[in-house]
Design a protein around this ligand. Structure first.
Ligand code: RET
Length: 250
């Protein structure tokens, strides 16, 4: 509930933030608003599915009925939409020239989608023996490593294209990316990591922390970066321009 509430609320923030930006950067927070809407709807669906699948008895969640099942598969479906957007946003924020932007976005999206779909298949194998979970988890991780290499390339270009004052930003975004995207494979592997507690509950907690970090806070960071970049490149938002003009202040 915290997750989808936060995602829906920030749609407004990102739309408003776009108004402060030079036209070439406006699409960065707008894409965050799209991600917020898409993830919010998917998480709301996940929440209602949870409610029809489990009941809190004492301190533990127990399945409500034999024929009701809970699945995280909707999340993976949703990532297929949000992950390509999150990656493309990065290349747009770093103002890569258009042909390079397209090339780099596609080179990130291919391993990302393969990572998600192989993981989606693997996560159905977490009951019984863990061989399906493990084999497809490893295959998915290979695509993740490929994706990390591509993202590293975009980050390096970001350092090159950023104004001197902002060169530290892409480097920090890189560490932030690794720390937050790295939470997803941990949540996936919980049963195999020997975790014996309430796996379904702890996994929802991890996914929620990861979602708020990799979409919402990531969007905030990118918006602040393009806001600074836009100002350094000489853009003055319309309202401010009016306030500081002789006409506006008289
Ligand atoms: C899976 C399967 C196990 C191996 C790996 C995985 C990685 C998933 C990631 C997901 C990122 C999702 C994001 C969603 C935002 O909307 C598929 C769990 C490596 C990195 C950022």
């Amino acid at each position: 509930m915290v997750s989808y509430g936060a995602h829906f609320a920030f749609i407004l923030y990102f739309i408003m933030a776009s108004l402060q930006l030079a036209p070439r950067y406006r699409v960065v927070p707008i894409l965050s608003a799209v991600v917020m809407a898409s993830a919010g709807l998917s998480l709301m669906r996940e929440f209602s599915l949870w409610e029809t699948s489990y009941e809190l008895t004492g301190a533990v969640y127990t399945p409500l009925a034999e024929n009701s099942s809970f699945t995280n598969a909707f999340r993976y479906g949703n990532w297929t939409i949000t992950v390509p957007i999150l990656l493309t946003q990065l290349a747009i924020a770093f103002a890569l020239p258009r042909p390079e932007l397209h090339k780099r976005a596609i080179r990130m999206i291919i391993p990302a989608v393969l990572m998600i779909w192989t993981g989606l298949y693997g996560q159905f194998g977490e009951t019984g023996d863990f061989s399906q979970l493990n084999v497809w988890g490893v295959i998915s991780t290979v695509f993740f490593v490929w994706l990390i290499v591509e993202v590293r390339g975009v980050i390096s270009r970001g350092v090159q294209t950023s104004p001197v004052e902002l060169k530290g930003w892409p480097k920090n975004i890189w560490w932030y990316f690794l720390a937050t995207w790295g939470l997803y494979p941990i949540a996936y592997a919980l049963p195999q990591l020997g975790f014996t507690g309430d796996v379904v509950v702890v996994r929802q907690l991890l996914f929620s922390i990861a979602d708020i970090s990799s979409k919402l806070i990531y969007g905030l960071i990118l918006s602040r970066y393009v806001l600074r970049r836009s100002a350094l490149e000489g853009y003055v938002p319309a309202a401010e321009a009016l306030e500081t003009s002789p006409l506006g202040s008289s």
